[in-house]
Design a binder for this molecule. Structure first.
Ligand SMILES: NC(=O)C1=CN([C@@H]2O[C@H](COP(=O)(O)OP(=O)(O)OC[C@H]3O[C@@H](n4cnc5c(N)ncnc54)[C@H](O)[C@@H]3O)[C@@H](O)[C@H]2O)C=CC1
Ligand SMILES: O=C(O)[C@@H]1CCC=N1
Length: 268
C-alpha cells in the first residue's frame, strides 16, 4: 500500500495496530508516523523503525490515513489541535469507545472521511477482531483499503453504527474477560500442584483450541460442550458447578455493564 499511515497516541491500542501492520508488511516502517506526549511510549515505537514525533500536527500533515488512538476524553482537544493541518482527502480512523461518527464530524467542523472502528489488543499477534463503520464520504475503494489495514492483523466486519456498543463489549473489551478466565484456570491448576508457567500455557492453548473449534467446525458451542462431557464424568461436574455459581449470567451481566458504559460515553 503506497500510503502514509499516522497514529496520534502510542499507547496499548496504537502500538498493537502499528505492530500488526508492520508484521504483515502491508506498509513499511518508513511509511508510518506516530506521535505521543510520552517519550517512553515513543521510544518503544522508535525501536520498530517508524518515524516518531511529539508534534501531533506533524502527523496530521503527513498522513493519508490517520488513526486517532488516544483516550476518548481528549478526542475533541486533539481534533481541535490538528483539524487545520490534515490533508483534504485524509481518512480519519477513530477507535475510541463511545465516539460516534457524528461527534467526530462535528469536532472537525466539516464532513471529513471518517471510519469509526473498534479493534482489540490481539491485533498485536495477528488475531485482532475489528468492527468498522465508514461514513458516506468514503468511496468503495477507500473502504476496501481500510478493511485491508485491519485485515492485516486479524478479522474485520463492517457493521451498522447502532451495533458499536455491543461490539465494544463482545470484542473490544472481551480479551480482558478471557485473560481473567485463563488466569483463574491457571490458579486452579497451581492449586492442584502444577507449575505456573505450564498452567498458563495449558489454559491458554485450551482457550485457543476451543475458539478455533467454534470458528472452524460451524457447530453450536453447546454441542461442542456436550462432546467434552462424558456421562457421570469429570467435565459435567465442573459444568454443573459453573451453572450453580452463575458463570453464564455473570458474563452476561458483565457485558451488559460494558455496553451500558459505552452508551453513556457516547452521550458525553
Ligand atoms: N486498550 C484496548 O484494548 C482498546 C482501546 N480502544 C480505544 O483506544 C484508545 C486508546 O486506548 P489505549 O491505547 O488503551 O490507551 P493508552 O492510555 O494506552 O494510550 C493512549 C496514548 O495517548 C497518549 N496521549 C495522551 N494525550 C495525548 C495527546 N494530547 N497527544 C498525543 N498523545 C497523547 C498517551 O501518552 C498514551 O500513550 C481509546 O480511545 C480506547 O477507547 C479500543 C479498543 C480496544
Ligand atoms: O476499556 C476501554 O474503554 C477500551 C475500549 C475497548 C477496550 N478498551
Amino acid at each position: 500500500m503506497q500510503k502514509t499511515i499516522g497514529f496520534i497516541g502510542a499507547g496499548n491500542m496504537g502500538q498493537a495496530i502499528m505492530g500488526g501492520i508492520l508484521k504483515s508488511k502491508l506498509v513499511s516502517a518508513v511509511d508510518i508516523i506516530m506521535s505521543d506526549l510520552s517519550e517512553e511510549r515513543l521510544e518503544l515505537a522508535k525501536e520498530c523503525g517508524i518515524k516518531v514525533t511529539k508534534d501531533n500536527k506533524e502527523v496530521a500533515k503527513l498522513s493519508d490515513i490517520l488513526v486517532l488512538s488516544i483516550k476518548p476524553n481528549i478526542y475533541s482537544l486533539v481534533i481541535k489541535e490538528i483539524k487545520d493541518y490534515i490533508k483534504n482527502d485524509v481518512i480519519i480512523i477513530t477507535i475510541a469507545a463511545g465516539k460516534d461518527i457524528c461527534s467526530t464530524e462535528e469536532s472537525f467542523g466539516r464532513k471529513v472521511k471518517v471510519v469509526r472502528a473498534m479493534p482489540n489488543t490481539p491485533a498485536l499477534v495477528g488475531e485482532g477482531m475489528t468492527a468498522i463503520v465508514p461514513n458516506e464520504k468514503l468511496t468503495t475503494d477507500e473502504v476496501d483499503e481500510v478493511v485491508k489495514i485491519f485485515n492485516s492483523f486479524g478479522k474485520v466486519e463492517i457493521v451498522s453504527e447502532k451495533l458499536m456498543d455491543a461490539v465494544t463489549s463482545v470484542s473490544g473489551s472481551s480479551p480482558a474477560y478471557v485473560f481473567m478466565f485463563i488466569e483463574a484456570m491457571a490458579d486452579a491448576a497451581v492449586l492442584d500442584g502444577m507449575p505456573r508457567d505450564q498452567a498458563y500455557r495449558m489454559a491458554a492453548q485450551a482457550v485457543l483450541g476451543a475458539a478455533k473449534m467454534v470458528l472452524e467446525t460451524g457447530k453450536h458451542p453447546g454441542a461442542l460442550k456436550d462432546m467434552v462431557c462424558s456421562p457421570a464424568g469429570t467435565t459435567i461436574e465442573a459444568v454443573a458447578t459453573l451453572e450453580r455459581t452463575g458463570f453464564r449470567s455473570s458474563i452476561i451481566s458483565a457485558m451488559q455493564s460494558c455496553t451500558k458504559k459505552s452508551i453513556e460515553m457516547s452521550k458525553k
